[in-house]
Design a protein around this ligand. Sequence first.
Ligand SMILES: NC(=O)c1ccc[n+]([C@@H]2O[C@H](COP(=O)([O-])OP(=O)(O)OC[C@H]3O[C@@H](n4cnc5c(N)ncnc54)[C@H](OP(=O)(O)O)[C@@H]3O)[C@@H](O)[C@H]2O)c1
Length: 220
Amino acid sequence: MRIGILGSGLMGGKLGTLLARAGHEVAFSYSRSRQKLKRLARQAGGKARAGTPREAAENADALLLAVHWLKTDDVLSQAGNLSGKVVITCSLPMNAENTELVVAHTSSGAEELARRVPRARVVSAFGTVPSEVLFAVFAARRRKARPSLVYCGDDLAAKKMAAGLIRDVGFDPVDAGPLRTARYIEPFTLLVAQLAYEGEGGPELAYQFERLAKSKSLRR
Ligand SMILES: NC(=O)c1ccc[n+]([C@@H]2O[C@H](COP(=O)([O-])OP(=O)(O)OC[C@H]3O[C@@H](n4cnc5c(N)ncnc54)[C@H](OP(=O)(O)O)[C@@H]3O)[C@@H](O)[C@H]2O)c1
């Protein structure tokens, strides 16, 4: 697939690199340093390239939005018309200090984004893990037990595409339903961040959901 990265920082830089290594054609964009975008493309290998947000969006099968919430409008305006595009967002609607969600409870960053690009097909994915764990997850992708990664959205074809990319990075995709589920996913991410950055053991943290089959005698 052709994947445009809108925001090539900790998340976009790493996810773009891993998706390129998984065989996708990746275009890195939206950094303050053109040199950095070129370096990311060179190090990712394959057909990775550096470009402007508009170039990254043109002909892309999917876009990864990975910018600070306050930069959303800026990058969207630079990307141009996103009608019909699959936009996978890992962005959290945080305030400037990164201390609080500025959209929550009755809406979510993902839903707010979908309102800003009404004709795009928005999926929320990848935001629930710290960037520090991504390379380790990719390296361990051949193991049987993969970490989970929740995603949600309203467009089934777009979600299917996102699930494939989630698998390519090394996670087990967990479909959390419609885009409004991002109202629960985004606060959950703050819990993961708390454990990753304030807990013991460091930020290389992922999570795994487990369904336990009940024995018949215990089933109600
Ligand atoms: N980091 C994580 O572990 C993590 C985990 C889950 C979710 N998230 C969410 O994912 C999104 C991206 O986070 P991130 O940590 O990848 O952010 P980041 O490292 O700061 O990357 C943001 C990107 O936007 C670019 N950018 C372009 N113009 C900018 C400007 N004027 N001011 C600031 N940045 C500008 C940055 O450019 P430069 O290349 O010049 O810096 C960078 O490439 C955020 O919404 C965050 O809440 C992050």
